[in-house]
Design a protein around this ligand. Sequence first.
Ligand code: FAD
Length: 329
Amino acid sequence: MTTPKGQPLRHREATWRYLREEVFDLLVIGGGINGAGVARDAVLRGMSVALIERGDFAIGTSSRSSKLIHGGVRYLEQGDIALVLEACRERDLLRTRIAPHIVRAQPFVFPLYEEDELSPWRLRAGLTLYDLLAGFRNVHAHRMLSREEVQRLEPALLADGLVGGAHYYDCWTDDARLTLETALAARSGGAAVLNHAEVVALEKDSAGRLAAARVRDRLSGRTTRVRARVFINTSGPWLDRVRRLDDAGAPPRLRLTKGVHAVFERRRVGNRHAVVIRGVDGRVMFVIPWQNHTLAGTTDTFYDDDPERVRADDEDIEYILSAVNRAFP
Ligand SMILES: Cc1cc2nc3c(=O)[nH]c(=O)nc-3n(C[C@H](O)[C@H](O)[C@H](O)COP(=O)(O)OP(=O)(O)OC[C@H]3O[C@@H](n4cnc5c(N)ncnc54)[C@H](O)[C@@H]3O)c2cc1C
């Protein structure tokens, strides 16, 4: 059975049949933001595409982010201008054309304290460059703030040692919804998109090239073989596990890290904007308005266990709590 391009496969049965019968140009493994984005992009270029997700869309990292569509202001410190340029361009596209209904401007306050290594002139230089790289298409250009202006914008912030700061913009999104809508857009373009379906094995042809994936429907338990010319592994932290379906001895490509947020009632923190704060070790962290709550984080530690079992532990919570309590006493 072939499905005419541009007709969404609405029913699970029809999708399952299409998966069994078509030889796809592209089989995308993993329905996080990267898999959904690749599938949408490929289908818009006229390819036949299958997108397979073992849980629900965005069940992995893509629903656990800081919800920011940022231009990568942090990468400026590392001098990665090309990356910032690309991130600013993509942020602008998402905000103005692709998803203006769920990508919106997010004002940030970046306070500076006497003890900070970062001086006001370096912050000003960095944010001027940030505006420049965004082609001055940032929602508004940044603005340097006096101590009084910072206090007016964020009255609950620690006042001791405060010398001033800056006000700049990035963007906010609903990460899980953006992922789901991207997967649905791929489906609207004619892709076979199936969740609760896991790639459990990969098969090669006589020339040793990947030719098919065995997919298990996790709702019914049935399996099928899905053929494709090209396979894309967008399984995020499960990347090495999927690679080992192809080559059991493949050495790891990833060393996983764990990033934790803590969620507070907004009134208990008292922030009005997104605010840049510092961990006890000086690391940059954020408090970010999220519905009626505040998302605070992140931690960044190595993690060697199964991604499915990742949890916030006492140390993670202590690290975040001490940073938030210090910034908003
Ligand atoms: C704490 C934290 C904060 C972050 N904040 C931001 C931010 O503010 N802004 C930003 O842009 N980025 C942020 N990131 C990064 C961003 O979240 C990730 O880069 C992004 O979500 C990765 O998406 P992905 O599609 O590669 O992986 P994932 O979203 O993890 O998707 C992989 C998918 O593959 C599926 N899968 C695995 N194995 C199989 C299989 N065998 N068969 C089928 N499916 C399979 C999984 O179920 C999963 O859904 C943050 C990350 C963290 C951890």
